[in-house]
Design a protein around this ligand. Structure first.
Ligand SMILES: Nc1nc(=O)c2c([nH]1)NC[C@@H]1CN(c3ccc(C(=O)N[C@@H](CCC(=O)O)C(=O)O)cc3)C=[N+]21
Length: 289
């Protein structure tokens, strides 16, 4: 058996087409959504992600506001940039690219919760815990949307999430156990006694630990869906640097569905960021006085 590939790039393309129409409808009513990004330092990976986000926006008619700050920028200077975008009416949503090397919680709590397109402001994470509508974190939202678009059954499924981080594992567990998803979730982490046993029981595995190739074929039930969220850069046998996910390549031989990496959850994260930008602009227009 060879797994069906969950093609995040193809879904990103469809979502862009859908969102372009909503952006055009907003523009007709005088609202041009604008995504702001704040990037600190010169990490090439972070620069690639931020560039990709602006390219996506440009393609569907969302305006871009960029604040690229040099390595060594102080927390106070980043907070000043946050204040500026909070006050900018042309910026309908923005994010501070992580990691900044600074106090991320201080930065996240400074963002206007209505402009928080990352869904990581403490108030928005609080709304998730309380079961109320609010912007949701892009990567877990993208994982669920990817499963939906390929009709992978979620209601009643056993899901094993590997990783309890704030951007993926922790919120994903909260999202999948809502009534609207109705999954049963086990969140695994470094304290989990028998990871292989937890994963073998799962209908859906989400690997978000950041440990290259940690999910091996023997840990996967035949026919399970496996989402590969982790991104590590490793040195291959021939000495070149390559991207390695958390899922071993041979998992494709047992799983029913696998998200490739790259080309799976990464592009879905960008698709959900665009969705959050459009939703924030629609919400701002509906509640504007
Ligand atoms: N405030 C904040 N918000 C984020 O959403 C955020 C962040 N900080 N910090 C870093 C992570 C990572 N992230 C990705 C986005 C797109 C791809 C993506 O599109 N990857 C492509 C290319 C991968 C490659 O070749 O490097 C793919 O998977 O096909 C991956 C990862 C957003 N993040």
């Amino acid at each position: 058996m060879t797994a069906q590939l969950l093609d995040g790039l193809a879904i990103l393309a469809s979502i862009k087409t859908e969102l372009a129409q909503r952006v055009a409808a907003l523009a007709e009513r005088g609202m041009v959504p604008g995504l702001g990004t704040i990037l600190v330092g010169d990490d090439p990976g972070s620069q690639w992600y931020v560039n990709a986000k602006h390219r996506d926006c440009h393609e569907i008619g969302i305006a871009s506001i960029r604040r690229d700050l040099p390595a060594g920028t102080s927390l106070a200077e980043v907070l000043a940039a946050v204040d500026e975008l909070n006050a900018d009416p042309g910026c309908t949503g923005f994010l501070v690219q992580q990691p900044t090397g600074l106090d991320e919680n201080a930065i996240l709590s400074r963002v206007d919760p209505g402009k928080d397109v990352d869904g990581l402001h403490p108030m928005n994470l609080g709304w998730l815990v309380l079961g109320q509508d609010a912007p949701l974190p892009c990567t877990p939202k993208g994982c669920i949307e990817l499963l939906r678009r390929y009709d992978v059954p979620i209601a009643g499924a056993r899901v094993a999430v590997v990783g309890r981080g704030i951007t993926v594992g922790r919120p994903l567990g909260l999202m999948l156990t809502r009534r609207s998803e109705n999954a049963t979730v086990v969140t695994c982490h470094t304290g989990t006694k028998d990871l292989a046993a937890e994963l073998r029981r799962a209908d859906i595995i989400v690997a978000a630990a950041g440990v290259p190739h940690m999910v091996t074929p023997d840990m996967v039930a035949p026919g399970a869906a496996v989402l590969d969220v982790g991104v590590s850069r490793i040195v291959a046998e021939d000495g070149t640097k390559v991207v390695a996910g958390d899922v071993h390549p041979q998992v494709r031989e047992v799983a029913g569905w696998v998200s490739p990496n790259p080309g799976g959850v990464g592009p879905m994260t960008r698709a959900m960021l665009l969705t959050n930008v459009v939703e924030a602009a629609e919400h701002a227009l509906a509640t504007r006085r």
